[in-house]
Design a protein around this ligand. Structure first.
Ligand code: AVJ
Ligand code: FE
Length: 443
């Protein structure tokens, strides 16, 4: 038995990558679901979120649908539960009252599915030819990303959950004097660049295809807006000043009496925040987190600036003027390491503005990947030539003006579900997500 070679080597490398991605996702799912008791797993911590035990069985059910049934051609294991775990059949708020699998059964189901999925992975062809679902291990990569996306969702539920901390993590790295940010903002010259991808093997349908985009010159912040900067907007009466707000944002502020980001409150004149069960002073130099699109948009207007469009964000993050090419990541084509970006729930907070000098883009902007999801000015729309794959309900049914695009990923995103081309979206009122922003202006 010699070493695999040629096409076989590629298939073996892909198999190892798919296996590692699936194993890493399951370890994280276990951390998030074993750290609380059965009561916490089945409770509704917020009407905005599913009970954790729903996410757990939904992860298994999606894996069964795509890896066992679609790729492996297997019979349904428990067809009667499909409807319970179809995200389109029941709202998040209604899920606690469904006859969900109890925690022990949900765990056993997900584990049983995983065992069978790994058998199928062992025999799958995975090379460049063949069925689109198996090509380059796409379905396995898609399912690893899906599980990691729900792990981020479960981390949001952990943040919303009342009670003492159950999760811990080391502090993220601090900025160093040896590698300061070049300036508060950088100029990105006007001209075309390549947006999206046609080559990234595990890219999801909405990231494709690669296409040329013309972008006028603009300035963009070199770091996400910090809590300290945002606090000046708060203390300047920004939430009460109709000049800064879109009408629907103003209505949201009044209806819910908002006066600061979610999880912030004032105590004896000091600004505090609750973070995974711990109360602490708001850190001035950390990117602001838990703001809605309306709040980001209002802050930008108050500052005499605007949110970057999605195309501007991607050009600032990927365009390399030296080669004229778009990079996979701001720092180049290599996969993220802990030196590049704050990803993968290694830390339970964003790093201070100016951290991760090794992750900066050719434009000079930093922390585009990791730390906080960044709201953009843009609606979630398909790229020219978009084709839904493998199911319309991943992206296509969400296209339109009601969803705004977020880019770059947060500290809670795993590298497998984060790229320079990766697109996230949400309603402009949402603020429980790990969302922040940076600002821009016309050149
Ligand atoms: C891409 C993060 C908006 O969580 O609603 C998970 C990802 N899609 N299961 C979401 C997703 C189906 C999705 N987002
Ligand atoms: Fe899902």
């Amino acid at each position: 038995p010699g070493l695999p070679h040629g096409r076989e080597l590629d298939a073996e490398v892909l198999r190892q990558r798919a296996l590692a991605a699936l194993v890493a996702a399951r370890e994280r799912t276990a951390l998030l679901t074993d750290s609380v008791d059965d009561h916490d797993l089945t409770a509704q911590h917020s009407p905005l979120m599913s009970p954790l035990v729903w996410d757990l069985a939904h992860i298994g059910n999606q894996e069964e649908l795509w890896l066992l049934r679609a790729v492996g051609g297997r019979e349904a294991m428990r067809p009667e539960i499909d409807g319970l775990y179809d995200a389109f059949e029941h709202s998040r708020a209604s899920r606690p009252s469904l006859p969900l699998l109890p925690p022990s059964e949900a765990r056993a189901y997900a584990a049983e599915v995983r065992g069978r999925a790994l058998d199928i992975l062992d025999g799958a062809p995975l090379h460049g030819a063949g069925r689109p679902l198996e090509r380059a291990g796409f379905a396995f990569g898609m399912i690893a990303q899906h599980e990691q996306q729900h792990d981020e969702t479960m981390l949001i539920t952990h943040q919303l959950r009342a009670g003492p901390a159950v999760l811990g993590a080391p502090e993220p790295p601090r900025p160093t004097e040896a590698a300061p940010l070049p300036a508060a903002e950088v100029l990105v010259e006007g001209g075309p660049f390549t947006m999206g991808t046609s080559t990234e093997p595990w890219s999801l349908d909405n990231e494709r295809p690669a296409h040329r985009r013309e972008v006028d010159g603009f300035f963009i912040d070199t770091a996400p807006v910090t809590c300290g900067a945002y606090l000046r907007f708060v203390e300047d009466g920004g939430y009460g000043d109709p000049r800064w707000w879109e009408p629907a944002g103003r209505a949201m502020v009044r209806e819910h009496e908002l006066s600061a980001p979610l999880f912030w409150y004032q105590d004896a004149g000091q600004w505090l925040r609750r973070r995974f069960g711990v109360t602490e002073p708001v850190p001035a130099d950390e990117p602001v987190l838990h703001v809605s699109w309306y709040e980001a948009d209002a802050y930008a207007r108050w500052a005499g600036r605007r949110l970057p469009t999605e195309a501007e964000w991607e050009k600032a993050a990927r365009h390399d003027p030296a080669s004229g090419r778009s990079l996979r990541y701001p720092w180049g084509d290599g996969d993220p390491t802990p030196d590049h970006a704050n990803l993968g729930q290694r830390h339970l907070r964003p790093a201070a503005a100016g951290a991760y000098p090794a992750g900066r883009a050719p434009s000079g902007a930093g922390q585009l990947i990791g730390d906080v999801w960044e709201w953009t000015a843009s609606d979630f729309l398909p790229y020219p030539g978009f084709a839904a794959f493998p199911y319309r309900e991943y992206s296509e049914v969400f296209f339109g003006p009601e969803h705004k695009v977020l880019r770059g990923g947060s500290f809670a995103v795993d590298p497998v579900a984060c790229r320079g081309t990766f697109r996230n979206w949400d309603l402009p009122v949402r603020r429980q997500i790990f969302s922040g922003f940076r600002t821009a202006r016309d050149a």
